[in-house]
Write a protein of this length. Structure first.
Length: 257
């Protein structure tokens, strides 16, 4: 039920949805032309603001500011934990080839750490929201990919049951306890790291953290563009979903500081 509600919440957290609803309501208002015009202007203003680099960058800063690199140079970790979310399951199923989304840095960093000897194992946590038996399971796909890249199968551990960050932590804790791993490094996107680290802390694990996939631009604040772009709207939407996810997880007690 929570997964279904989270998808509905995703829809209503999109600025495009807000704008369309405001424009729709403005067209349905029969009385009060000023109210109708006001709603229409509000809808267009919402669409414009969240489509600018200035606003999307401000939101991204709020999401990524809590992500810290606490990895220790020279340490060989028992395992680097790579959280799922970098694979596009639908595109992968359609094409028959591995298709990544914008968060592919997660598995790339995991591969790099194992290749350089900084981690004894790479532990991939990520299942599927698709209930079909033939659905693409991210952990399995990435495991095969790492083996093609030369990582021995005995150095790869997977769990393909988790469907969200909370379940990532729960399933990982079980496997980590069984294997007796002590020194751990968590890898995920910078915007996702605060919530992910909080979920792992809530189940008794406090791995070192290595955020990747940072989206903060190098542009100075005064030089940020106010020209609307579809890419900025998409980034604003993604960040709003992450920030809302933190609130929901905190309210449910699934994450701790």
């Amino acid at each position: 039920m929570f997964l279904i509600l989270s998808k509905v919440l995703d829809l209503f957290l999109a600025p495009l949805t807000w704008a369309l609803l405001l424009l729709l309501v403005s067209g349905l208002v029969r009385r009060g032309p000023r109210l109708s015009r006001g709603l229409a202007v509000a809808g267009l203003l919402v669409l414009y603001l969240f489509s600018t680099e200035a606003v999307s960058t401000l939101l991204t800063y709020a999401a990524e500011s809590g992500a810290q690199d606490t990895s220790v140079p020279g340490v060989t970790y028992d395992a680097v934990i790579v959280l799922g979310g970098g694979l596009d399951p639908s595109a992968t199923e359609r094409s028959g080839h591995i298709e990544f989304n914008a968060a592919s840095e997660r598995v790339l960093k995991g591969f790099e750490l194992v290749r350089e000897g900084r981690a004894s194992h790479v532990f991939i946590s990520g299942g599927s929201l698709d209930p079909r038996p033939q659905a693409v399971v991210e952990a399995d796909v990435l495991s095969r990919l790492l083996q093609e890249w030369g990582v021995p199968s005995e150095r790869i551990v997977t769990e393909g049951r988790s469907r969200n960050t909370r379940e990532n932590a729960l399933e990982s804790e079980r496997i980590i306890r069984e294997r007796g791993w002590k020194r751990l490094l968590l890898v995920t996107s910078a915007a996702h790291m605060p919530r992910a680290a909080g979920c792992f802390a809530a189940v008794g694990l406090r791995p070192d953290t290595l955020p990747v996939d940072a989206r903060m631009p190098a542009t100075r604040p005064g030089r940020l563009s106010w020209v609307p772009r579809a890419s900025s709207l998409s980034q604003s939407t993604d960040v709003l979903r992450e920030l809302a996810g933190r609130i929901v997880y905190r309210l449910r007690g699934w994450t701790t500081p």
